[in-house]
Design a protein around this ligand. Structure first.
Ligand SMILES: [Zn+2]
Length: 257
């Protein structure tokens, strides 16, 4: 599942391909035919491409924004002209072409064109907590949101809630708790501000590097390593579903107390 670092990296590649470039064509899957995007976006340039957590916003001239969220199975591809695409053309929702690139969204449940003002008040975007990959992560706002959350909730589950902060998915949640030495099951009431921030400080640079490298993650400490030895102490990594959504949490019972 794409996490914030994947979307951050995609936004950067899409920005480089589209901002300030002449758009030669826009094509959509027939499921979007009634929305007439090619006509509505014709002649408009791309002003900006932004990521906010796992959301991606392509802002066109004249107050129109494409909003995308990939969830489990969507994908953004940016291909130099003439390079074959990496996924099946059957799942192509959108192609934006310039003289040099094809920018393609494959699948994903959310792809919609809205006005800029609507994109600012849309609840799915407006209620997001601070973006872990923003140029300056808003620590006070993150801590305020965390303290408004249910104090009995486990820190691992709370880090996944995009209203507390956005961009962290299941992989980075597990790695953040390990690197900060935090048991993901420890209730928020027993996690200090400093401990919560140390989890963020541990993964933010890794996520930035992963985003800039195209979203590939190496050397996972705990994620998807059930039963394998901890890289620090050799104890077997454990795994169990956590939270209302029962998302799998991985941890070392010795290193994370
Ligand atoms: Zn360990």
């Amino acid at each position: 599942m794409p996490e914030g670092d994947t979307i951050y990296g995609a936004a950067e590649r899409i920005r480089n391909a589209l901002v300030g470039k002449e758009i030669s064509s826009i094509e959509t899957h027939e499921r979007f035919a009634r929305d007439r995007w090619p006509e509505r976006l014709s002649g408009r340039g791309v002003r900006a491409v932004e990521s906010k957590g796992k959301h991606l916003l392509i802002r066109f001239d004249g107050d129109l924004t494409l909003h995308s969220h990939l969830r489990m199975n969507g994908w953004w591809g940016v291909y130099p002209r003439g390079r074959p695409w990496s996924k099946s053309p059957r799942r192509v929702w959108l192609v934006i072409r310039t003289a040099d690139h094809d920018v393609v969204q494959f699948g994903g449940p959310v792809l919609e064109l809205m006005t800029d003002s609507r994109s600012r008040i849309d609840r799915r975007i407006a209620q997001l907590g601070p973006d872990i990959l923003a140029d300056e992560f808003d620590e006070p706002r993150f801590l305020a949101r965390l303290r408004e959350d249910d104090p009995t909730r486990g820190i691992g589950d709370a880090l996944l809630d995009q209203r507390n902060l956005c961009g962290i998915g299941n992989l980075w949640k597990a790695e953040a708790c390990f690197l900060a030495g935090l048991d993901p099951w420890r209730p928020l009431s027993e996690v200090t501000d400093q401990e919560a921030l140390s989890a963020i400080h541990a993964v933010r640079p890794l996520m930035l590097r992963s985003g800039q490298g195209g979203g590939h993650v190496r050397d996972r400490m705990v994620f998807d390593r059930t039963g394998e030895p901890c890289r620090r102490c050799g104890t077997k990594i454990r795994a169990r579903g956590q939270g209302d959504d029962n998302r799998m949490t991985y941890w070392c019972p010795a290193c994370q107390a």
